[in-house]
Design a binder for this molecule. Structure first.
Ligand code: LLP
Length: 463
């Protein structure tokens, strides 16, 4: 077809030197199981289905754009994390990745705990029946109201992030006549990125209390003197979308060194350490995430080894994966609108959503994959950029990918691995209506977060 923008020779190298795909995939219809949820498959007709339901029927019933979450996959991943960490460790799902009441119920049923970082997340968790003692409360600037709400609810732990907060939480707990279990979040001087980590003396960021200059030891000193607090451990979170365990190794070593210093100074062995979240997932076929059991084994070995060296009892470990549980379990379904071939460049494919349902490409230059899901095609692949409908040229959903060159308005395309940080960071930019989240399982689909309506928009606009 003449519209094909199949890249060739220097033209491709000029416009797309850093592109994710160096060449079109062997089969543009193939669905790589690394990036698609467990039950996603192509049926005999060529249409893609999830949980046994075809995307055309899903689009018909729920509209587009919409997020479809594979409940079977979500539960399997949650269970895999739970099982991998066993009974001597705790898994706290990081609600910021995506939280709704159905998600809370699934987590509860699968035996996971929950990390929340705002009063809103806490309210959602409690309203869906998550026992408060299985909730950890995070944040670098928790309000007095949020702290009071968390302590009154009886959360299992509050993760303290600053000196002011140590005093504030102690004071509120005491005035409520209780002792709050707390951890102190430390910055270990490791900034981890996808494939590498950088150790810096000073961490120039807002979270936690630095280990390097003795601040963390001072924070422990203060927390131990306050009646309103029961200090149960140290927390560290080193970053996101990490594949390399080396950063966790440095973090674990430094946290254990602090535990040893605390034991030497105060004669107290703190019983817990939390190594945070941040484990990477596959957004494209090039990403190779680790399995939960490998991560559990690696973390367990590092902590045990370091504790033996320091002659400490091995503390109870906890982790806080968000993306690694929910990320791969969902895809966003879009309808193709306008298609604009730019001669010598690429073809722009506009969809009915965009940066309002997935800000990650614009914000982090994130890589995504995309597939034509309403049918298969034998047409040659063309290089596309999938863009949204917002008034902004940075409104890009998938920077560079291949779709069949006979793509037409009305086709359905889907972007996999959008379960984490897409709906949770969705916006109403241009008064877009945030898409629904639909859970699909064994031939049944049900809305777990409904689509926003224009009435919702007008309800907030009280002028
Ligand atoms: N624990 C703490 C204390 C965190 O701050 C985070 C993420 C997590 C756990 C979960 O991290 P995960 O396993 O999901 O990577 N909006 C960004 C990610 C921000 C993550 C912030 N904290 C994104 O879309 O990539």
């Amino acid at each position: 077809m003449s519209r094909s923008a199949h890249p060739a020779g220097p033209r491709h190298a000029d416009v797309w030197p850093e592109g994710h795909y160096s060449a079109p995939p062997a089969d543009v219809n193939a669905l790589d199981p690394k990036v698609w949820a467990q039950t996603v498959t192509r049926t005999d007709t060529g249409e893609v289905s999830v949980g046994g339901i075809g995307v055309a029927a899903l689009a018909e019933e729920f509209g587009t754009p919409a997020y479809f979450v594979d409940e079977t996959d979500f539960r399997a991943r949650a269970r895999a994390w739970r099982t991998a960490f066993g009974h001597d460790a705790d898994v706290f799902y990081a609600g910021k990745a995506f939280l709704s009441r159905a998600i809370v119920r699934w987590l509860h049923e699968e035996g996971l705990n929950l990390d929340v970082c705002s009063g809103g997340e806490l309210t959602t968790a409690l309203s869906a029946g998550m026992p408060a003692d299985r909730i950890a409360f995070h944040g670098n600037n928790k309000s007095t109201d949020e702290i009071t709400q968390a302590i009154e609810a009886g959360v299992g732990r509050i993760v303290l992030d600053s000196f002011q907060e140590i005093v504030r939480v102690a004071h509120i707990a005491q005035s409520l006549g209780t002792r709050q279990r707390v951890q102190i979040r430390v910055t270990v001087g490791v900034e981890a990125h996808t494939h590498e980590f950088i150790a810096t003396a000073h961490e120039d960021q807002k979270f936690g209390i630095a280990l390097a200059d003795g601040q963390a030891a001072e924070a422990v000193r203060r927390a131990l003197t306050l009646d309103g607090l029961e200090l149960i451990g140290i927390h560290s979170h080193i970053g996101s979308q990490i594949f390399d365990m080396a950063g966790f190794e440095v973090a674990a070593r430094r946290v254990v060194a602090l535990l040893a210093a605390v034991r030497d100074e105060h004669g107290v062995e703190l019983p817990e350490i939390d190594l945070g979240g941040g484990l990477g997932i596959a957004y494209t076929s090039d990403d190779d995430p680790r399995e939960p059991h490998e991560i559990a084994k690696a973390l367990g070995e590092i902590v045990t080894r370091e504790c033996e060296a320091a002659r400490l009892r091995t503390p109870r470990i906890s982790v806080e994966p968000g993306r690694a549980i929910v990320g791969p379990t969902a895809f966003t379904l879009y309808e193709v609108g306008t298609i604009k071939p730019l001669e010598g460049l690429r073809t722009y494919v506009s969809v009915d959503g965009g940066m309002s349902d997935n800000i990650r490409t614009a914000l982090y230059d994130a890589e995504y994959s995309v597939a034509l899901v309403s049918r298969t095609s034998d047409a040659e692949p063309m290089l596309v950029r999938v863009v949204g409908k917002h008034c902004e040229s940075g409104d890009i959903v998938v920077k560079d990918a291949f779709l069949p060159s006979d793509l037409a308005p009305g086709d359905l395309i889907a972007v996999p691995a959008t379960g984490a940080y897409c709906r949770s960071m969705a916006s109403n930019y241009n008064h877009a209506l945030r898409p629904p989240v639909v859970a699909v399982r064994e031939g049944e689909a049900r809305v777990i977060v409904r689509r926003e309506t224009e009435e919702d928009l007008l309800r907030l606009d009280v002028g």
